[in-house]
Design a protein around this ligand. Structure first.
Ligand SMILES: NC(=O)c1ccc[n+]([C@@H]2O[C@H](COP(=O)([O-])OP(=O)(O)OC[C@H]3O[C@@H](n4cnc5c(N)ncnc54)[C@H](O)[C@@H]3O)[C@@H](O)[C@H]2O)c1
Ligand SMILES: O=C(O)[C@H]1O[C@H](OP(=O)(O)OP(=O)(O)OC[C@H]2O[C@@H](n3ccc(=O)[nH]c3=O)[C@H](O)[C@@H]2O)[C@H](O)[C@@H](O)[C@@H]1O
Length: 391
């Protein structure tokens, strides 16, 4: 089965390992656990405060699934639990995904954001360094902040020159707004933990890999407000727009929806993470952009495309008024700011791991919105009809 004859990129047999995955119950963690269970012999010590998104792996319908003894869930809050070091000691590799990572929190809960992304990650780095454990740490493309090009005059021809906007791990600067723009609390905390990990590598020989995801999206991302998350909660854009489509209300475009993003399908991105896991000699000491430079859209174009795709997969007519403008102050509150454009340079990941993304934006939206429709449409219909029924 999965483990037979598996070799790394240099043709060496891959040995089974024990992975301590912190934040395993989240969006990325759930997909990574699935991949590791289905296709590898590795064991996972899954650490999180929630397990809903991996319960299909932990409590499988058939007791005899092949991975039953390869995944163990530990309900631990890494802020204050002494069991963490013991689990790290038992592992060959630590993957840290735990973080507050929704933009609605960065300016409204800046302290929690900074603690979660920097202070709470410190013991993980320390235990890895002290116990000689390899670490794969999840950072973010937000560490690049804004592009150099965004500071050029609007009509400058240099804005079209990739040198002014393509984001390179080893060359691009990190450009954030002023301190009162608390949006950057997350990016700044992630940047400092990257610098700390890098320094542990340089001074204490910590074996590390840093991942900078560029808008990974797919099934199980975040929550639908009022269904499997708080009614007033504001998830990331995929779930915000899915929620609007499920409720047949216009999609809200923050400050005109002019910002640009490159979206990558979670399953493509997970392939890259698996290559990092299984090719330590090629991944250690590197920072990797993981994104899809071919899937760039403005947020407005994303909204229009999601409206069209959702109509196709749900069989419902597309929205007559698909979008509505909203100011960032109204939507996120004081202190919001935005990255203007995010195109990942792929040179390093291509050279080290030979990895490339595959899935087009249309295709990834089709499979993701099919999942959203199947998972949530009935519950949303029921939630919408409730207030009427009780009148
Ligand atoms: N999804 C993306 O596109 C994306 C982009 C850039 C960076 N990232 C980074 O990747 C990582 C994972 O992102 P995600 O999208 O899966 O987010 P997520 O919120 O779905 O997952 C994070 C998980 O960490 C857990 N967690 C948080 N604090 C914890 C604590 N103190 N103790 C134990 N568990 C804790 C949460 O319960 C959650 O299950 C984060 O570090 C995030 O900053 C993600
Ligand atoms: O995914 C990533 O790579 C990183 O970027 C995200 O940040 P961002 O892309 O700004 O967050 P989204 O919520 O996905 O928003 C994307 C864009 O859509 C806009 N938006 C969001 C929601 C909405 O309803 N309407 C809307 O116009 C936002 O203002 C922003 O310009 C988050 O910070 C992290 O999850 C992560 O580190």
């Amino acid at each position: 089965m999965a483990s037979v004859g598996r070799v790394d990129l240099d043709g060496n047999a891959i040995k089974g390992m024990t992975i301590c995955m912190i934040g395993a119950g989240g969006f990325i963690g759930s997909h990574l656990c699935e991949k590791l269970m289905a296709e590898t012999p590795h064991k996972v010590l899954a650490v999180d405060v929630y397990s809903d998104k991996i319960k299909h792996l932990l409590e499988p319908a058939e007791a005899s699934v092949p991975w039953a003894d390869r995944i163990q869930f530990h309900r631990i809050n890494i802020k204050n639990d002494s069991r963490l070091e013991g689990l790290i000691k038992m592992a060959d590799l630590v993957i840290n995904l735990a973080a507050i990572c929704t933009p609605a929190d960065y300016n409204t809960r800046p302290l929690d954001t900074i603690y979660s992304n920097f202070i709470d990650a410190l013991p993980v780095v320390k235990y890895c360094s002290e116990n000689n454990k390899r670490l794969i740490h999840f950072s973010t493309c937000e560490v690049y902040g804004k592009t150099i090009g965004s500071f050029l005059p609007k009509d400058s021809p240099l804005r079209q020159d990739p040198a002014y906007f393509v984001l390179k791990e080893d060359a691009s600067p990190c450009i954030f707004g002023s301190i009162e723009k608390q949006r950057w609390s997350y990016a700044c905390a992630k940047q400092l933990i990257e610098r700390l990990i890098y320094a542990e590598g340089a001074e204490n020989d910590l074996e590390f890999t840093i991942v900078r995801p560029f808008n990974w999206i797919g099934p199980r991302m975040d929550f639908i407000p009022g269904i499997d998350g708080p009614s007033e909660g504001v998830p990331r854009v995929l779930a915000c727009f899915s929620n609007n489509l499920l409720r047949r209300e216009p999609l809200k475009l923050v400050d005109g929806g002019e910002s640009q993003r490159t979206f990558i399908y979670i399953k493509d991105a997970i392939e890259a993470v698996l290559l990092m896991i299984e090719n330590p000699a090629r991944a250690n000491g590197h920072i990797f952009n993981v994104g899809n430079p071919n899937n760039e859209v403005t947020v407005r174009q994303l909204a229009e495309m999601m409206n069209e795709v959702y109509s196709k997969v749900s069989g419902e007519p597309s929205l007559e008024v698909p979008t509505i403008d909203v100011s960032s102050k109204e939507f996120y509150g004081e202190g919001y700011d935005d990255s203007d454009k995010r195109i990942p340079d792929m040179t390093i990941i291509n050279r080290q791991l030979g990895w490339n993304p595959k899935t087009s934006l249309w295709d990834l939206l089709e499979s993701t919105l099919t999942y959203q429709h199947r998972t949530y449409a009935a519950a949303v219909k029921q939630a919408i009809s409730k207030p009427l029924a009780s009148n």
